[in-house]
Design a binder for this molecule. Structure first.
Ligand code: HEM
Length: 420
């Protein structure tokens, strides 16, 4: 199959539901292939990593958006994303990233561990209380990340269900192709989020709190420039980039663990293995499958010359399964040497929330396996027909009985067992 047809297959519902066979068809033509006049696709790990770090490549800027997406200025969804650091090039990107990273401190993230654990425990309690099978996506994979990011941003608990819907609507705009109807849905989500955050920002200006929204408002007010529009766009991107991605890591990861009961049993016994497991889960079935870049100068990758103004789709999910980087890449193996998934990207746009996402998954999986040793699929998981953000619409599970509390030698009777 030639690369253009393989790319068309990838964009089709069939290709979106299971992109991995199509990645191999593309890979058969080399790690970088031309799939249109100025259009290239990257499946190689080394090439993807290098292109994302290469200053000759940037994200699509306003001039190119005007060329490729006329009318984008009328879309609140595209405007919101394009004013954020995710879709900005230096020098604006470096300034925004510095200001946001200053608010996203390791101390603030580390302090979230107890919040994550408490929220995960509450969600497991509710799953145990349900009568019969539950949808893991609705019961755990959505509410945990949305609860965590809302706690970080200072969004009151009562508003979280609204957020979930608006954020999910808006993420349609991250797909490589979007219909007019999907764009209208994304626009509605963006408009709601903009008006919500406008009020939250005004409230934090009146009464600062110890949260990320206040930290970003103060970074703006502190003189070094996040414009009002940039502040809103970056708050929205933190929410959108931070929540559905992590939801999909929890859903994809649970399916992989249930498919590999021996590996799951090993993690149940050894929660300290969680960091390696989570990185292998990220590699094996990446929650973000692709990103894109425009080139500003000529370059050469994988024996292919890329002229300026080439549009390059970097298939992170394919790079993570490059056999030149990972032997037997389709096998889930948390014991592999040097797992370094490209699921969080690389270079200047490397995911700002990677530490938080890893923390959530490293707490959640051992906790689920420990408290729910009988957890099993209760029906066929249904995938969403999306390529960029790969995850499930529904994931029916049988929760089973809760494990008996474990007493750790040396702890007083009645004290809690080991926690991840
Ligand atoms: C498993 C979960 C996650 C995955 C797989 C993921 C993936 C990614 C990827 C691939 C990028 C780079 C996009 C590009 O280069 O074009 C990115 C950027 C970003 N992510 Fe994440 N992300 C996750 C969780 C989070 C969380 C929890 C947050 C925040 C709370 C977050 C915030 C961001 C931000 C702000 C950016 C833009 C950084 C920049 O442009 O400089 N992400 N993420």
């Amino acid at each position: 199959m030639d690369p253009t047809d393989a790319l068309a297959l990838l964009m089709s519902p069939e290709g979106r539901l299971d992109p991995y066979p199509t990645y191999e068809r593309l890979r058969a033509h080399g790690p970088v292939v031309q799939a249109g006049p100025v259009f290239y696709v990257v499946t190689g790990y080394a090439e993807a990593d290098a292109i994302l770090r290469d200053a000759r490549f940037g994200v699509m800027d306003d001039a190119l958006r005007d060329q490729f997406m006329p009318g984008w200025r009328e879309s609140p969804a595209v405007v919101s994303i394009s004013r954020s650091m995710l879709r900005t090039n230096p020098p604006d990107h470096s300034r925004m990233r510095r200001l946001a990273a200053g608010a996203f401190t390791p101390r603030r993230i580390a302090a979230m561990r107890d919040v994550v654990r408490a929220q995960a425990d509450e969600l497991v309690d509710a799953m145990l209380a349900a009568d019969g099978p539950v949808d893991f996506m609705a019961a755990f994979a959505y509410p945990l990340p949305v609860g965590v990011i809302c706690a970080l941003l200072g969004v009151p608990a009562a508003d979280r269900p609204l957020f979930r819907r608006w954020a999910t609507d808006l993420t349609g705009v991250l797909e490589p192709e979007i219909t007019a109807d999907e764009l209208a849905v994304a626009d509605r989500g963006a408009a709601e989020l903009r008006s919500y955050f406008t009020e939250l920002v005004a409230a934090r200006r009146r009464a600062p709190a110890d949260d990320l929204t206040t930290a970003l408002v103060q970074a703006h007010d502190g003189g070094d420039r996040l414009s009002g529009d940039e502040l809103l766009a970056n708050l929205i991107v933190l929410l959108v980039a931070g929540f559905e991605t992590t939801t999909n890591l929890l859903g994809n990861g649970l399916v992989a663990l249930l498919d590999h009961p021996d590996a799951a049993a090993a993690l149940r016994e050894r929660p300290d293995l969680a960091p390696a497991y989570v990185d292998e889960l990220l590699r094996y079935d990446s929650p973000v499958q692709l990103t894109s870049r425009m080139s500003t100068a000529p370059s050469r990758y994988g024996d292919v010359d890329l002229p300026p103004e080439s549009w390059v789709i970097v298939l992170l999910g394919a790079a993570n399964r490059d056999p030149r980087r990972y032997p037997d890449p389709a096998r889930f193996d948390p014991w592999r040497a040097q797992i370094a998934p490209l699921s969080f990207g690389a270079g200047p746009h490397y995911c700002l929330g990677a530490a938080l996402a890893r923390l959530e998954a490293q707490v959640a999986f051992p906790l689920l396996l420990r408290r729910l040793p009988e957890l099993a699929l209760a029906g066929r998981p249904e995938r969403r027909v999306r390529l960029t953000l790969r995850g499930h619409a529904t994931l029916p599970v049988r929760v089973g009985r809760e494990a008996a509390p474990v007493t750790v030698p040396g702890t007083p009777p009645g004290a809690a067992g080991p926690t991840p």
